[in-house]
Every structure is written in structure tokens, then in C-alpha cells.
Ligand binder design. Structure first.
Ligand code: 13P
Ligand code: ZN
Length: 272
């Protein structure tokens, strides 16, 4: 069996290609990481090489010790993942202490994991505990309309949540825990990773002002769907604002009725 024939790899390639076609990943913009299941680690065990040296992650993720992640490469174009797997993605293993990683497959010719590995792994770390290991995907995209809104709306998660919920009736069902917003920060390090993971304790969507968005989910489809839903709402809001703003909208009571019938719990902080 070759790596390209394995199901989770094929799904990953489809997802990266779909995300490219959506326009969320110009050049090397954005990055995706996926935590392998025990069965998947077993499936690839004859294809991986554990002899590489460990390198520092830059943050500590103790609860991810010995886990394996499929990661996109730094400087690599998401549109090329479907074309040349081992040049653009790799599998990394986290060490016993949760402080270092090593490349066990792919990322050939000296390539490195995404520069956002600290933000990805710290978010995985939070979601691992919060969901009992159910969430496996962190996706960072440069979704156009979400970014555009960070120049216009106040950089406040409550405002973003409410505004984006109003743009599509099913939004509170798809992301009932709302959206967090990180103010502009230098990307790629421990500080933005800390700020992102702090907001991941409460939300599955975290926006980076003037940069992009992080989504967390159980599998590739759900995480892609979450990104797609929030970006589509943002697109509607951009259109509405461009047409002079809302003349009517969904009310707080409408949202309470929706939450009751769809059996989701939504915080009153978004319903003022
Ligand atoms: P990488 O190419 O290192 O993944 O970085 C892209 C990016 O979106 C940085 O935020
Ligand atoms: Zn980015």
C-alpha cells in the first residue's frame, strides 16, 4: 500500500483541493493539521521512518505525547497537496514530553511543518481535553470575507458571532459556541498560539484579525463545513453592508425559538 492510496490521505487531498478552489488558500496561505487515529497509525507503520531527530515545537502540549499528525508544510501551496503529497505534507510524531516533534514521513527535500504548528498543536491540546479526543482537525484559512470584516466590525467575538449568526438561519446550529477574535498579532509563534488556544476553550472558530481564521472539528468534512458556513455568512454580511446595511433581520427571540426546536444551547450573551 502506498501513502497516496490510504483513505485518510485521499480525504485530506480532496479537502485541500476543495479549500483551494474556494479561494481560501492563495500561495502558501493557510495550513491544516490532522491527528491520526490509532488504526491509521497502524496502517502507515510500514511506510514511516522514526529515525529523524526531534526538534522543538516551541510550546508544550503534554496531552499530545506520542500522537501522530498529518501536517501541511511551511511555504507549501495548499493547491499542490493533491498533486505532490510528500513534497507538501508530512506526518510528524510528538515526543513523550509534548515539547518536540520529528518528521516520520514526507516533507522531503528539507521541508518543515507549517510555521503555525504552535497554534495548531496548542489548539489540538485544548480540544483533545475538551472533547475527549473527538476533535482531530485544525484548519487555518485566509477566508476572504471573514478577513474583510475584521477591518469593519469591532474586534469583539460577541459582535462577530451575533452578526454572522444573523446572516444564515442555521449558523447558531452549526456553531452554537460562537466565535472568538484574536486582535492583530505577529503570526507563527508561541504568543499567538497561546491567545488562540485560550479562545478555543470556548469556541470552535477563532478569527485572527486582518489575517484569517482557525476552525476545529471532529473530521475533515465537519471542519471544512464549519469553515465554509462561517465564510459564507461573512460573504452575505459583506454584501448586506455593501447594499447599505440591514433593513430587517433575525431577532434574539427568533434565535431562542430556533435553539429550542433544534435542541442546541446558545448563550444569552449573544442574544441581547
Ligand atoms: P505556512 O506556509 O508556514 O503554513 O504559513 C502560512 C500562513 O498562513 C501563516 O499564517
Ligand atoms: Zn495565515
Amino acid at each position: 500500500m502506498k501513502m497516496n492510496d490510504i483513505k485518510f490521505i485521499k480525504n485530506f487531498q480532496k479537502m485541500t483541493n476543495d479549500a483551494w478552489l474556494k479561494g481560501w488558500h492563495e500561495r502558501n496561505g493557510g495550513n491544516i493539521t490532522y491527528r491520526l487515529t490509532k488504526e491509521e497509525v497502524n496502517e502507515v507503520k510500514d511506510l514511516i521512518d522514526e529515525s529523524a531527530e526531534y526538534k522543538s515545537i516551541g510550546v508544550k502540549v503534554e496531552n499530545l505525547a506520542n500522537e501522530y499528525f498529518l501536517v501541511t508544510g511551511s511555504g507549501k501551496f495548499i493547491r499542490n497537496v493533491a498533486i505532490d503529497l510528500e513534497a507538501n505534507v508530512g506526518i510528524v510524531k510528538i515526543d513523550e514530553a509534548g515539547e518536540n516533534y520529528k518528521i516520520v514521513w514526507g516533507l522531503i527535500n528539507g521541508a518543515k511543518p507549517t510555521s503555525e504548528l504552535p497554534s495548531h498543536l496548542m489548539s489540538h491540546c485544548v480540544k483533545y481535553d475538551q472533547t475527549g479526543g473527538k476533535h482531530r482537525i485544525i484548519m487555518h484559512s485566509h477566508a476572504t470575507n471573514i478577513i474583510a470584516l475584521t477591518f469593519v466590525l469591532p474586534l469583539d467575538g460577541v459582535v462577530f458571532t451575533r452578526e454572522l449568526w444573523e446572516m444564515a438561519t442555521e449558523c447558531p446550529v452549526v456553531f452554537p459556541s460562537g466565535i472568538g477574535v484574536v486582535p492583530w498579532m505577529v503570526p507563527g509563534g508561541a504568543q499567538i498560539a497561546e491567545a488562540t488556544s485560550e479562545l478555543m476553550k470556548k469556541h470552535d472558530i477563532v478569527i485572527w484579525a486582518h489575517h484569517g481564521v482557525f476552525c476545529s472539528g471532529e473530521d475533515l468534512d465537519l471542519t471544512f463545513g464549519l469553515m465554509d458556513t462561517v465564510e459564507k455568512s461573512a460573504e452575505i454580511l459583506v454584501k448586506v453592508l455593501s447594499m447599505g446595511g440591514k433593513r430587517q433581520t433575525i431577532s434574539s427571540q427568533n434565535f431562542r425559538d430556533l435553539a429550542r426546536d433544534f435542541k442546541v444551547s446558545i448563550s444569552e450573551e449573544y442574544l441581547k
